[in-house]
Design a protein around this ligand. Structure first.
Ligand SMILES: Nc1ncnc2c1ncn2[C@@H]1O[C@H](COP(=O)(O)OP(=O)(O)OP(=O)(O)O)[C@@H](O)[C@H]1O
Ligand SMILES: [Mg+2]
Length: 335
């Protein structure tokens, strides 16, 4: 499904924040006409719809067609290899194949798939399979509709991330492997690409919240205070905050390395470059911890490089400040 351009609004609702980009123009060259961000830490259900509605009003969103994305444990993505067959046969086979990979009852899931590559040598089809729990997707749609929008397109975070990355990639050498990480509040989206092709994606259920909780425990303070200490550590508490960041990051990096190892086994080569984004990409000490663990510097990138942002109606500093957090919304505009 593609959005087909036109007046539309990309809405990325994370567990920590809502990010909105309204655009006109085509998917190739979106013209951003409104942009906004709102913190929703601690909110759920109707309060999130309300927050979305008030943010949309505040930044004068006029589009009704919403592009959204889904992520987390209710969304399963698998890259599978099947014998070559025609589209009709594939449609029939996919549900049976999906049952093997999905830990939920298939009748409770929405299934979608896309053929990625036809491998003539092995007579195989490489297929991307997505299964999402219906109740989760329905709740997401309800949340968006309650705020006055209609859902025109549903993407998956890690695909939107990969699309935004590819459009802004400094280079996409077909022989290079890129890991693109979006470290948010509750999740870390991982997408691995070889050249321009996506080979692997996964959501690790870890993110900024885990850092906040560790700081809260270590310093014996509440979540709100710990959140503030994480973002701007008080001088006398800096060593403790850094220690928490390092411990949690190493756990997260262990998970990330598992994904890298899986890719390396499948592709026969390792990751060449790591790109990061998400609110937690701003965390104190990140670069050093990354470098020590992965032996390469993570690259921060600008997901808005492709778009015309001159009519966005926000201060120029908005995009600079928010660039780490706009990657999913940016990727949605490209569909
Ligand atoms: N300067 C900063 N230093 C450290 N952490 C930060 C900073 N700014 C934001 N964060 C953290 O980033 C996280 C939010 O990032 P983001 O907006 O990308 O998440 P989200 O999309 O709402 O979450 P998710 O997609 O995981 O549900 C929060 O945990 C927040 O504390
Ligand atoms: Mg997010």
């Amino acid at each position: 499904m593609t959005s087909g351009g036109g007046n539309r609004v990309a809405i990325d609702i994370g567990t920590s924040s809502i990010k909105i980009l309204q655009a006109s123009g085509t998917a190739d060259k979106p013209v951003v006409t409104a942009a906004g961000y709102k913190d929703i830490i601690g909110l759920s259900g109707d309060a999130v719809s309300e927050a979305l509605k008030s943010l949309a009003e505040e930044i004068q969103v006029s589009a009704k067609d919403a592009l959204i994305s889904i992520s987390g444990p209710s969304v399963i993505v698998r890259f599978i290899s099947l014998p070559r067959m025609d589209d009709a046969a594939l449609k029939g086979a996919i549900r049976y194949e999906a049952e093997k990979f999905i830990p939920y009852n298939i009748s409770e899931c929405i299934i979608d798939f896309q053929t990625l590559r036809k491998d003539d040598k092995d007579n195989k089809l490489n297929v991307l399979l997505v299964a999402a729990k219906k109740d989760y997707v329905d709740a997401r749609i309800g949340l968006i509709e309650n705020a006055g929008f209609s859902v025109k397109l549903i993407d998956v975070d890690s695909f939107a991330l990969a699309n935004a990355f590819l459009r802004n990639a400094p280079s996409s050498d077909p022989n290079k492997s890129y890991a693109v990480l979006n470290i948010g509040g509750a999740h870390t989206n991982v997408s691995i690409l070889k050249g321009e092709l996506i080979y692997f994606s996964r959501d690790i259920i870890m993110g900024g919240n885990d850092f906040t909780s560790a700081i809260s425990r270590k310093l014996g303070i509440g979540q709100k205070e710990a959140e503030a200490a994480k973002i701007a550590p008080p001088k006398d508490k800096e060593p403790e905050v850094l220690e928490c960041v390092k411990t949690v990051f190493n756990d997260l990096l262990d998970e990330i390395k598992l994904s890298f190892g899986y890719y390396e086994n499948q592709a026969g080569k390792g990751i060449d470059e790591v790109y990061i984004s998400g609110g937690t990409a701003n965390i104190i000490g990140l670069e050093g911890i990354f470098e020590e663990s992965l032996e390469s510097k993570p690259v921060l990138w600008d997901p808005m490089g492709f778009a015309d942002i001159s009519s966005a109606g926000v201060e120029a500093s908005f995009f600079e400040k928010m660039k780490n957090r706009l990657c999913i919304a940016a990727g949605l505009l490209l569909r």
